[in-house]
Ligand binder design. Structure first.
Ligand code: NAG
Ligand code: NAG
Ligand code: NAG
Ligand code: NAG
Length: 791
């Protein structure tokens, strides 16, 4: 019977994982045989296959009296009955003397009846051969001391889906052989460590579905043999460090459907033998560095169905040498997996990442998993660009870099699960194409940073004195730099990577980078500087930007309410996203309506001074001073020709910058440049007054004349200038025809097919306002934002 045993065990692990375990044997079962006895009326008597709790096969004389509306035991029950099914009847009492007369009764199923007192079943007579007792879905409310003392051989006890709200400390006394105990889905509010003292051989415990908010420390310490523990659906908000202490044999653990907000790393360290871990359906926002580390026996990990999970950070899974299967699916906000999120997972074979908000899976992840055989990525908004080149048609197997030649010689084929459903959703020209059918030539080589909309809300309310945590993440190649800009214009860079979360010290005030940044802001911010010279140093003490881009502000004050902007920038471009943070005090919520916004906005306007700092022939440096974060700010400019109207170009200004180098200007030409203060997402429905106050601040200047070339031809000066003007006009019209953003909208040129190279230089300067249903303009793939920054 060995094969059956193996089958049963693996099946059991699966169903324990799923939160409910019924020992069903899959595959071909021997058929039931006839059993020639006098059978009780309407019941069925047969010889049926039966597996003991330790998976030994028996041919069991079975009496099946299920679903018969019985209120009494049927009779006559054959003497050699092994299994008696009385499921779904109306029994509330039992003549135990009858059962006592059945010497071989091994399995008794009384589930879905009306028992409200367990003593009516177990009191007077002992059932010395009973191994398995089913009492699910009855009306039990309490288990008194020594409830099952008359069942000395019992190995399996099923008490789930009753109304148990109390269990005496010694309720299970006498169950020395109990192997499996299900008390899930009752009304227990605490777990009493005393219960388990009587169960030295217990291997499977299902406790889920009880409203227990916290587990006691060392609560399971008596369960030295326990292999599988299911704690699903309990409302657990956290786990004490020693909650799992003493579970020396534990292999499978499920926290399915609880309220955990972070991975209970410390508690998990106490169960070193763990092989299967299910954290599905919790409120974990982040899988952080070191959350799963050195769990040397872990084979399978499930992180599915988490509404709030946004990011898997660097080295989140680290040194899990036995991990073969990792499931991170159905997390609607999960948009970021760090390229080095998985370190030293040398055995990982199966990586399930479908149905998230992932735009890409970085090639580093593929390269860091030497044994990967299959990956599922379908049902994600995949961006088929440089981050995804490894997935393209020709490169069907990511090869390792030259440094490990042995590996490079054995190219791996990573199978896509459901390749026909693994589709590009970006860029538009590749939308709905199957990823595996796009050639790498079709995928853009450039990767702008993109901060996924799902990772940051547009408004966050925090209580005064509370902690603000904002997770900003962006994927791009080259890897983008992230920084945050506070409402007061302070630019905060992340701590260096090595200052991991182990050292939970805040940003050091004297750190070179931050002090530079402070210097920069304080120069620009004369009015505030007068108030308190050392504000930033105090601020920095409760501000932190973690290496991955998370901004943390502890003990936030009402003064710190406002617009926080995350900027992700690489050599190709930048993306920004702003969060309006409201700080309300304990008593009443602060008015954060349009009036408050208007006030703040006027403040910003008064504060921002816009000027031309330097003018040359072909460029001009514009600068503005503001002690405030100016999100969604744009510059527009237009050459002022006497007769013709010329198109207006616009560009987005990154939060935290104070100047802009306007390049590719014509020499000797008048320009008008305006700065438009943005209204961010939070104030979409601005009042009319607010919109009126949005008038841009403008400056005009004339670029320097080009140095006079020695004219070889004498021309009428009048004619020359007209010719130049016409030429310029022609160029401008051509450019306008290239689909540039033209704010005044009169780029009338037809679609001439100009040589691309001529306008490349111009195009590189412009960030198109490609409004994609959002107010926040997304830079277009090939466009480049050239910025001059003060630092
Ligand atoms: C109980 O089982 C044993 C062993 O299988 C068997 O020898 C005995 O006859 C059975 N008792 C009755 C009353 O059937
Ligand atoms: C500003 O920066 C300069 C040089 O970068 C430094 O000498 C000066 O002390 C800084 N000032 C403040 C207030 O940090
Ligand atoms: C502004 O841009 C022009 C053209 O790219 C460059 O020559 C100039 O040095 C820049 N100026 C500054 C101050 O960066
Ligand atoms: C424009 O020119 C390019 C090559 O310079 C060519 O490949 C393309 O088909 C042309 N487009 C049109 C609309 O003529």
């Amino acid at each position: 019977m060995r094969p059956a045993l193996v089958l049963l065990q693996s099946h059991c692990l699966l169903c324990v994982f799923g939160g409910m375990c019924v020992p069903i044997v899959m595959g071909s079962q021997p058929p039931a045989l006839p059993w020639h006895v006098s059978c009780p009326a309407r019941c069925v008597c047969q010889i049926k296959p039966w597996f003991s709790p330790d998976s030994v096969y028996h041919e069991a004389p079975t009496v099946d009296c299920n679903d018969l509306l019985l209120t009494n035991l049927p009779s006559p029950i054959p003497l050699d009955t092994h299994t008696l099914h009385l499921q779904s009847n109306l029994l509330s009492v039992l003549d135990t003397a009858v059962l006592h007369g059945l010497p071989n009764l091994t399995d008794l199923d009384l589930s879905q009846n009306r028992f409200s007192h367990v003593r009516t079943i177990t009191d007077r007579f002992s059932l010395p051969s009973l191994l398995s007792l089913h009492l699910e879905e009855n009306h039990l409310t309490h288990l008194p001391e020594a409830s099952f003392a008359s069942l000395p051989a019992l190995q399996e006890l099923f008490l789930s889906h009753n109304y148990l709200h109390s269990i005496a400390p010694g309720a299970f006394v006498g169950l020395d052989s109990l192997f499996r105990l299900h008390i899930n889905n009752n009304r227990l509010t605490t777990v009493n460590p005393q219960w388990f003292k009587a169960l030295p051989r217990l291997e499977v415990l299902m406790l889920g579905g009880n409203p227990v908010e916290s587990l006691p420390e060392r609560g399971f310490i008596a369960l030295k043999s326990l292999r599988s523990l299911v704690l699903g659906g309990m409302g657990l908000k956290g786990l004490a460090e020693k909650a799992l202490e003493g579970l020396d044999s534990l292999e499978s653990l499920s926290f399915y459907d609880n309220l955990l907000t972070k991975v209970p790393t410390q508690a998990l360290r106490r169960v070193p033998g763990l092989k299967f871990l299910d954290l599905n359906k919790n409120r974990i926002k982040l899988i952080g560095t070191g959350d799963f580390q050195d769990m040397v026996h872990l084979k399978e990990l499930g992180l599915n169905n988490m509404e709030e999970l946004v990011s898997i950070d660097r080295a989140a899974l680290q040194n899990l040498p036995e991990l073969t299967k990792l499931e991170i699916t159905n997390n609607p906000r999960l948009s970021y997996i760090h390229p080095q999120a998985f370190l030293k997972l040398s055995r990982l074979e199966s990586l399930m990442l479908n149905s998230n908000s992932l735009s890409a899976l970085h090639q580093h992840i593929m390269l860091s998993l030497p044994n990967l055989q299959e990956v599922s990525l379908h049902s994600n908004p995949l961006r088929c660009d440089c981050l995804f080149h490894w997935a393209a048609k020709e490169v069907s197997h990511p090869r390792l870099e030259k440094d490990t030649e042995a590996d490079a010689q054995t190219p791996r084929v990573v199978r896509f699960i459901q390749p026909q459903a693994t589709l590009c959703s970006e860029p538009p020209e590749l939308r709905a194409r199957r990823v595996r059918e796009v050639s790498s030539g079709e995928m853009s080589a450039l990767c702008l940073p993109m901060i996924p909309a799902s990772s940051l809300p547009s408004f966050v309310g925090v209580r005064e004195g509370g902690k603000l945590v904002l997770h900003c993440r962006a994927l791009a190649d080259p890897q983008p730099e992230l920084y945050w800009v506070t409402p007061s214009g302070l630019k905060l860079h992340p701590e260096p990577m090595h200052a991991s979360k182990a050292s939970s010290t805040p940003l050091p005030c004297k750190s070179r980078r931050t002090s530079e940044e402070f210097n920069l802001t304080s120069e620009a911010n004369t009015p505030r500087q007068q108030n308190e010279d050392n504000i930033p140093c105090q601020l920095l003490k409760h501000y932190r930007v973690l290496p991955e881009g998370t901004l943390e502000i502890s003990k936030i004050s009402a003064r710190e309410a406002g617009m926080y902007t995350c900027v992700a920038e690489n050599a190709i471009g930048a993306d920004t996203r702003s969060v309006n943070v409201g700080v309300h005090n304990r008593e009443k919520r602060r008015n954060r309506g349009a009036a408050a916004n208007l006030k703040k906005f006027q403040l910003l306007r008064a504060d921002a001074r816009f000027e031309v700092r330097e003018i040359r022939e072909h460029y001009a440096i514009l600068s503005w001073q503001s002690g405030h974060n100016l999100p969604s700010t744009r510059l527009s400019w237009q050459a002022m020709f006497s007769k013709a109207h010329s198109p207006t170009y616009t560009t987005r200004i990154l939060a935290g910058t104070q100047s802009f180098n306007l390049t590719h200007l014509q020499a000797g030409t008048y320009y008008r440049v305006c700065m438009h203060l943005g209204i961010s997402e939070g104030t979409k429905h601005a009042s009319r007054r607010l919109r009126e106050s949005r008038k841009p601040q403008c400056v005009s200047f004339r670029t320097k004349d080009a140095p006079e070339p020695q004219p070889s031809l004498q021309l009428n000066p009048q004619l020359t200038s007209t010719a130049v003007t016409l030429l310029l006009l022609a160029i401008i019209l051509l450019l306008a025809g290239q689909g540039w953003d033209s704010e005044t909208g009169e780029g009338t040129g037809k679609n001439h097919n100009t040589s691309h190279h001529d306008i490349r230089g111009y195009k590189a300067l412009i960030v198109n306002q490609k409004a994609k249903g959002s107010d926040d303009p997304q830079p277009k793939q090939n466009d480049k934002l050239l910025l001059h920054r003060n630092c």
